[in-house]
Design a protein. Structure first.
Lengths: 436, 274
């Protein structure tokens, strides 16, 4: 072998090795049960795609949001797949930060995605993120305590009924609160619940000219009802309770009712963690007869950032993780009850899923009842049921959330909280150029 | 009588010291206790008696690889400390033994950089790291940790060096020692306790740094701070798992601190009594 042949051979080997080298996708995600489960099942994907390796970055929700925003805005290109919610998708898609998902494969069946969820992830007719699991909110209640109170929960109750039931179910000596609701300040904590609830009371964040509406009677009715109900029938220290704290209280049998994310249904009916697993009933979020229910809409979704160099592989992964095949895979390995809910119509038509998940129908009805494009009784200039899809909302929602949490804790009156919310929101919206 | 009073006073001081120490140590102790609880127990309310389950440790070990972030933490904290010493020993020497009119101003300026909130320079630093290809690299992060701890390291060494009589260095110079000979063979051995405690403190600061280590890394260079952050969950109970991850992350530095506490205390009180 002469030198020329040797060099040629070496070069070819290097080139072939370069091509054969696996592409590594970096996926940013949150530490929710369904995401953790997916990380354990990725062998199925890497076996079918041996040229793609997966690396995971798991962070706390707010840190993840900040981290991903910095990277995407500076075109850092650190991530190839992002876990984002329905709040970010319309904003980021309009900024050109996300790639449209137009290459999900022939058998993806995009029409099988639940219409409400799909519309929340679609901008100008293009899908910018694929839903990994979707949720609305509904009522989880203790059937035994409801019966003891001499009441029957209708499928679609009113706030009046919920108030009456909560007060009757409360038994302070047995440490049982009639109702557990979010009180911890944050745009994704108490404001998710209160914004969605305010829709049922005919309230809205802004009118058509972006003028804040906290000085209107609808918001006063919402907050008055919430604070009074929680004082009469809520748990101690409710102003620091979020999803996890209420989950623990409900699982320990200390709540008569809990209105929160539909995804909680699988936690409270799991006998391994919940002491009341066989006593839980479900109903739609309450209304006041004005035509809107207080149920939100959210989907933890997978998107591909515009800065990635591996768009094709990234879409391949997104397609796998949000496919019908993935739902079947989870069902096969971990049972139907553990399948990520709220994304596909076919799942809800599946009799095996219906059998394993007693909350399936109510989850589907709740998701279908939410309309992010027309979330309120009166017209609004924004989309989003429990949020307003503008970049300023994170800061605004948290500030207003702190005021409402203070009202719940008794540190200020409902009127003062609303007046300050109006003042802060007007100032920020003027500064942001929304109010001319 | 006098002896009784002094014994009583000593006892009172000892008790007070123990109480203060317990208050300072309590958050760490409670984290360790919580790590031995189940998730439901952990969120139930204050309790000092755990059920003793190790399920959180098992979950943490099965969910995430501990070794890689641990090695990253070791490399970043030791690397940044050595680099910081390399820069700060000569810097502190020049300021302690050849001060100029502006030395105090320079020292104050260096310290003032620590007063700026880190988030204020997040985007510029991120852009610099991106352009130099340093995002998610150990090299970039070592440099970053060196820079953020450098003011404290220089200040500490400057304080220690000032306690060393200049005459000894002059004598070395008269005996023909070169500048580096003076620093390496005369100054450094005399300042060993100070340098050692500065090193230890810098390792602890670098090990615990969570702002930049989370924001400038993804997978390759992510240390134990990112490992801890990955166990927080918006939907699902996580306190026990988070406590177990925290305990695993702080254990090495706690053990190191325990073994080196004599050196640390000696260094920190160096020059306190003349």
């Amino acid at each position: 072998m002469n030198l020329k042949t040797f060099l040629l051979g070496t070069c070819s080997a290097v080139v072939i090795a370069g091509f054969a080298q696996a592409e590594t996708l970096t996926i940013a995600t949150v530490n929710n049960g369904d995401m953790v489960r997916m990380q354990g099942l990725t062998d199925d994907f890497t076996k079918a795609n041996p040229d793609i390796q997966l690396e995971w970055v798991t962070l706390e929700e707010n840190v993840l949001r900040e981290r991903v925003t910095t990277d995407i805005a500076t075109k850092g290109g650190q991530y190839d797949v992002l876990t984002i919610g329905t709040y970010e998708v319309p904003i980021w898609a309009k900024q050109g930060w996300l790639l449209p998902l137009d290459n999900l494969g022939a058998d993806y069946d995009v029409d099988d995605l639940l219409p409400a969820i799909r519309s929340g992830l679609t901008v100008d007719g293009k899908l910018y993120a694929a839903p990994f699991y979707g949720e609305s909110s509904f009522i989880m209640y203790r059937k035994d305590l409801m019966e003891k109170a001499g009441l029957t929960m209708p499928d679609a109750p009113t706030w009046e009924f919920i108030g009456e039931a909560a007060r009757k179910m409360t038994d302070r000596t047995a440490d049982i609160s009639g109702i557990c609701l979010r009180g911890k300040a944050g745009w994704g904590e108490n404001m998710a619940f209160l914004t969605a609830t305010s829709n049922a009371f005919g309230a809205r964040w802004f009118d058509e000219n972006w003028k804040p509406q906290f000085d209107q009677p609808e918001w006063k009715n919402t907050l008055d009802m919430y604070v009074k109900l929680m004082n009469d029938a809520g748990p101690q220290g409710a102003s620091s309770n979020g999803f996890n704290e209420n989950l623990a209280l409900f699982q320990q049998g200390k709540c008569g009712m809990w209105i929160d994310a539909t995804v909680a249904a699988s936690f409270v009916t799991n006998p391994k963690d919940s002491t009341v697993a066989d006593k839980v009933g479900f109903a739609l979020a309450p209304d006041t007869g004005l035509g809107k229910r207080g149920n939100w809409l959210w989907a933890w979704s997978l998107g591909v950032p515009a800065g990635t160099q591996k768009a094709e592989a990234a879409q391949k992964f997104v397609s796998w993780a949000t496919s019908k095949h993935y739902l079947d895979l989870v069902a096969e390995k971990e049972g139907w009850a553990n399948v990520p809910p709220g994304t596909r119509s076919s799942l809800y038509a599946n009799p095996e899923y219906q059998k394993a998940a007693p909350f399936a129908k109510m989850t589907l009805d709740s998701i279908n009842a939410a309309d992010p494009t027309k979330p309120t009784v009166k017209p609004v200039p924004y989309v989003g049921v429990q949020f307003v899809a503008i970049p300023e909302f994170q800061g605004l929602g948290t500030t207003v959330g702190q005021l409402f949490s203070a009202a719940l804790a008794g540190q200020m009156s409902v009127d003062d909280a609303l007046a300050q919310a109006q003042q802060v929101t007007t100032r920020e919206m003027t500064r942001g150029g929304y109010i001319k | 009588m006098a002896r009784a009073v002094s014994t009583r006073r000593t006892a009172a001081f000892t008790i007070a010291a123990w109480i203060v120490a317990l208050i300072i140590f309590f958050p760490i102790l409670y984290t360790i206790i919580t790590s031995f609880k189940s998730e439901t127990e952990a969120i139930q309310g204050f309790s000092l008696i755990p059920s003793g389950t190790v399920e959180s440790y098992v979950d943490v070990q099965t969910q995430k690889d501990y070794f890689k972030p641990f090695m990253n933490s070791v490399i970043l904290s030791v690397g940044s400390t050595l680099l910081a010493l390399l820069i700060s020993v000569p810097a502190a020497w020049s300021m302690a033994f050849s001060p100029t009119k502006k030395t105090k101003d320079v020292l104050m300026w260096m310290l003032s950089t620590k007063m700026m909130p880190a988030v204020a320079v997040l985007v510029p630093i991120y852009l610099i790291f991106r352009d130099f290809g340093l995002l998610d690299s150990r090299l970039g992060l070592t440099f970053m940790l060196t820079m953020i701890n450098l003011p404290i390291v220089i200040w500490m060494l400057y304080t220690y060096f000032r306690e060393i009589p200049g005459e000894i260095l002059e004598a070395a110079r008269m005996d023909g020692a070169s500048l580096w000979g003076e620093i390496i063979y005369v100054l450094t051995p005399m300042a060993v306790p100070g340098i050692a405690s500065t090193m230890l403190l810098n390792i602890i600061l670098a090990w615990n740094e969570a702002f930049w280590t989370i924001r400038l890394t993804t997978t390759n260079a992510a240390p134990l701070t990112a490992f801890i952050a990955s166990f927080s969950s918006p939907q699902g109970l996580f306190w026990a798992k988070l406590s177990a991850a925290s305990t695993l992350a702080i254990a090495p530095i706690l053990i190191m601190g325990w073994f080196s506490q004599k050196q640390l205390v000696r260094g920190l009180t160096f020059g306190a009594v003349k």
